[in-house]
Ligand binder design. Sequence first.
Ligand code: NCD
Ligand code: ZN
Ligand code: ZN
Length: 362
Amino acid sequence: MELPITQPDDWHLHLRDGDLLKAVVPHSASHFGRAIVMPNLKPPITTTDAAVAYRESILKALPADSKFTPLITLYLTDTTSRDEIKLARKSGVIFAVKLYPAGATTNSQDGVTDLFGKCLPVLEEMAEQNMPLLIASCKPEKALHYFTMVIHGEVTDPNVDIFDREKVFIDTVLQPLIQRLPRLKIVMEHITTLDAVKFVESCKEGFVAATVTPQHLVLNRNAIFQGGLQPHNYCLPVLKRETHRQAIVSAVTSGSKRFFLGTDSAPHERRKKECPCGCAGVYNAPVALSLYAKVFEEMGALDKLEAFTSFNGADFYGLPRNTSKIKLSKTSWQVPEAFSFSFGNIIPMFAGKILEWQPALI
Ligand SMILES: NC(=O)N[C@@H](CC(=O)O)C(=O)O
Ligand SMILES: [Zn+2]
Ligand SMILES: [Zn+2]
């Protein structure tokens, strides 16, 4: 069986920098047209100048004939200024601002400590940037791309149970935020719970949406402990219980436009995953499309796959849909046990396992 689909985009991706960037970018570029690239580098991408330079280094690291387009994001801090947001918008290469609550995940230590106390003027600036009226030279329906706030939605209070951090974030940060700034376009990244599904569905369509990763669709929290500790299944937000997995599967296969593909592919060297204090992040770029196809097939919803992988995200961000196509063939293939590079190994999600769907460019 072969399923041709419009070329997908990855609306949440970690490409890192240096040798790691060169190692992983071909895996995403081989199937995806564009990707929203996360700014949680060391140091993080907090200025427009750094973002422009980062985009250049991604373009340099691409395979020679690649048409892959990185869409860069700016890392929000307590001290990001309104002027920086204006500069970012003007640059034409920055598509979103990323909120990491300080301490929530990998390289988030420079993130926001007090969103309402420290960042409101900047958020207001972003909401204003999305008003078609401000873009005087073009008609509202032709407004430039929207400026979106993309959010790692977990509270960091150590007293909140790690499995409840997403829900508490929705109640204490997101709900008040959308009440205060209803025009701000928000993507709740890598959602993991029924609570997040309900929240996104309750918001005004076109203003709040969510990305969903392959691991949160195919694994529940048992996968972290099955037969011993499984560091390659550890990511943040942490995998949740089965009922939550089922809720996000239903959401993405329902045909709703509010949910779209964001792999959160997050490579870490093997030695940083298999050690006494391992990093959070699943390297899923090589298997993501196979796994999304599996989920939609199992739900009898292959007819809705293309909107999830290739339409909903572009529509939400106000970008044109891709015109090129790829095909997904139902052919078994084995995921490599590891990818080896001069600096070390990266272990992909489902290493060594047999998968059913294989993507290829047409
Ligand atoms: N998802 C993860 O577990 N890790 C991501 C950060 C993130 O997206 O939260 C990373 O950068 O490694
Ligand atoms: Zn995150
Ligand atoms: Zn991420």
